[in-house]
Write a protein that binds this ligand. Structure first.
Ligand SMILES: Cc1cc2nc3c(=O)[nH]c(=O)nc-3n(C[C@H](O)[C@H](O)[C@H](O)COP(=O)(O)OP(=O)(O)OC[C@H]3O[C@@H](n4cnc5c(N)ncnc54)[C@H](O)[C@@H]3O)c2cc1C
Ligand SMILES: NC(=O)c1ccc[n+]([C@@H]2O[C@H](COP(=O)([O-])OP(=O)(O)OC[C@H]3O[C@@H](n4cnc5c(N)ncnc54)[C@H](O)[C@@H]3O)[C@@H](O)[C@H]2O)c1
Length: 452
């Protein structure tokens, strides 16, 4: 006999945890399922520990910038405090008891089980089955893509999990994939003294962002001593018990103590029972409408929806789902035209909305303009580590920004102003009339607007 509840949430990463807690607090009878840690990737193997690593690596880089600007300084990098901080402060040694207690206190019935959809509004978890009168939320996230490279399977390669859990750093590491994960972690490892090679299959790193961003990121990481092999794939991988030897398409080999596979993420929904509710289980993502509904009685949120694999997307969609499920009259609807994202390399690369290419491909009448951080007053004052730029993508017909990139020492923070402009379609004319405080990094937005 199925147990009667209001909502079953399958997957308790950032999206599922938020939705389950909020619905329970609103008085619904909610069951939350996750066979792994409540909180998912972000707190245990993603955003939070990786940004702790980046904070530490940036302290090293800033110390190295003292010479010639503020005296002399030497720094002896030590991974031990970073590993300790991640273990003790970020992840509780990869124990989610605090998160489980918080969820249960909100009224959620938590089961450490995988969920399988068995029919409309029905979910099986272990030996229990639930019938959810309001519906099911699918929030199952993504898993790393492991490319079918000859010899790779069966070797002790790292994904983000092993990289984040590392107590000691290797002397050398090959990073396969020059996306956000690959670049952020490559720079951390290099700043702590590892010899790092990044192998990127596409024609440039961060290939979905502006070409200027790719160039900036690669140059910055090269300054940290990282070697890049761009536009080339790994053909074969060997591990001799101590080190990896990776053979590239052109026959070259790279040897390294560790191999980090950071070649993207994919949904893992084949065995979730999506076909029982009319959703194609082999689709690349679970498609959702503006209420994040995926089918009758099914909502999907977070990475699984494929609209931007970021924690802020999962939280945003969770909010939309909660209001829709509660039947709120003024329920928000989801829109993604001002999707912000920040790659936390140094310099940070913040982007919102469309790139120039995306805007042109969408048939817009596009105009672009930019400014360089080093030639802005604040950038010039800042000097060491001042690389970066602002790029604006304007829809000429509407006279509004449809996208922008803000890179630099605080590129992710400066992005905030541009995100407001894209989100609210603030007229370019109005942005040009604004006063930009002197001498801030965000004043470079004003310089870019003048160039339009
Ligand atoms: C190294 C790294 C760094 C990152 N840095 C950032 C960053 O700085 N900023 C940012 O915004 N994003 C960042 N991200 C992305 C961010 O972590 C994800 O976008 C976010 O975790 C997605 O949340 P989610 O709830 O959709 O999925 P997840 O966090 O992946 O959680 C999904 C949960 O579903 C569970 N699950 C799967 N199948 C089932 C099933 N059948 N039944 C029950 N449970 C199931 C899983 O066990 C998991 O706990 C980073 C990711 C990585 C890997
Ligand atoms: N700061 C952040 O917000 C942040 C940080 C890390 C991750 N994330 C999220 O996690 C997602 C996954 O990150 P990711 O870096 O794994 O994926 P990604 O898709 O961003 O980058 C993967 C890279 O690997 C390359 N690649 C794919 N197959 C390859 C192969 N066989 N050989 C060589 N290169 C190959 C791709 O061309 C691409 O550049 C991101 O898209 C992002 O949404 C966000």
């Amino acid at each position: 006999m199925a147990e009667q509840v209001d909502v079953v949430v399958i997957g308790l990463g950032v999206g599922g945890e938020e939705a389950a807690g909020r619905l329970a607090e609103a008085g619904l009878n909610v069951v939350g399922l996750d066979p792994r840690l409540v909180g998912g990737e972000c707190p245990y193997w993603g955003c939070i520990p990786s940004k702790m690593m980046i904070r530490a690596a940036n302290l090293i880089a800033e110390t190295r910038r003292v010479d010639g600007m503020a005296g002399t300084a030497t720094v002896q990098p030590d991974w031990a405090p970073v590993a300790k901080r991640i273990r003790e402060e970020a992840t509780d040694n990869w124990n989610d008891q605090v998160a489980v207690d918080r969820l249960v206190k909100k009224g959620v019935t938590f089961l450490r089980e995988a969920g399988t959809i068995t029919g409309p509004r029905r979910v099986k978890a272990g030996d229990r089955e639930f019938e959810a009168s309001r519906g099911i939320i699918v929030a199952t996230g993504t898993v790393p893509v492991i490319p079918p490279i000859d010899g790779l399977a069966g070797t002790p390669y790292w994904t983000n999990h092993e990289a984040i859990e590392a107590d000691t750093l290797p002397a050398s590491i090959l990073v396969l994939g020059g996306g956000a994960i690959g670049l952020e972690l490559a720079q951390v490892f290099a700043r702590f003294g590892a010899e790092v090679t990044v192998v990127e299959g596409a024609e440039r790193v961060l290939s979905i962002e502006e070409p200027e961003s790719s160039e900036l990121a690669q140059k910055a990481l090269e300054k940290d001593g990282i070697t890049f092999r761009i536009g080339i794939h790994a053909k074969a991988v060997q591990h001799d018990g101590n080190a990896f030897t990776v053979t590239l398409d052109d026959g070259d080999t790279v040897t390294a103590e560790k191999l980090l596979v950071a070649t993207g993420r994919r949904v893992d929904t084949e065995r979730l029972g999506l076909d029982k509710v009319g959703i194609d289980p082999s689709a690349k993502h679970v498609a959702v409408d503006e209420h994040v509904r995926a089918a009758v009685g099914v909502w999907a949120i977070g990475d699984v929806t494929g609209v931007g694999a970021f924690t802020h997307t999962a939280m945003y969609q969770a909010n939309v789902a909660v209001f829709d499920i509660l039947g709120a009259e003024d329920a928000p609807v989801a829109g993604y035209h001002a999707m912000p994202r920040v790659t936390f390399t140094d310099p940070e690369i913040g982007v919102v909305g469309q790139t120039e290419k995306q805007a042109r491909d969408a048939g817009l009448d596009v105009k672009t303009a930019g400014s360089q951080i080093p030639s802005s007053s604040r950038g010039w004052i800042h000097k060491a580590g001042n690389d970066g730029f602002i790029k604006l993508v304007v829809d000429n017909e509407r006279g509004v920004l449809v996208g922008a990139t803000s890179s630099g020492p605080t590129g992710g923070e400066v992005l905030g102003a541009l995100a407001v402009a894209v989100h609210a379609a603030v007229p370019v004319h109005s942005l040009q009339q604004m006063i930009y405080a002197y001498p801030t990094f965000h004043r470079a937005i004003g310089d870019a607007l003048k160039a339009l």
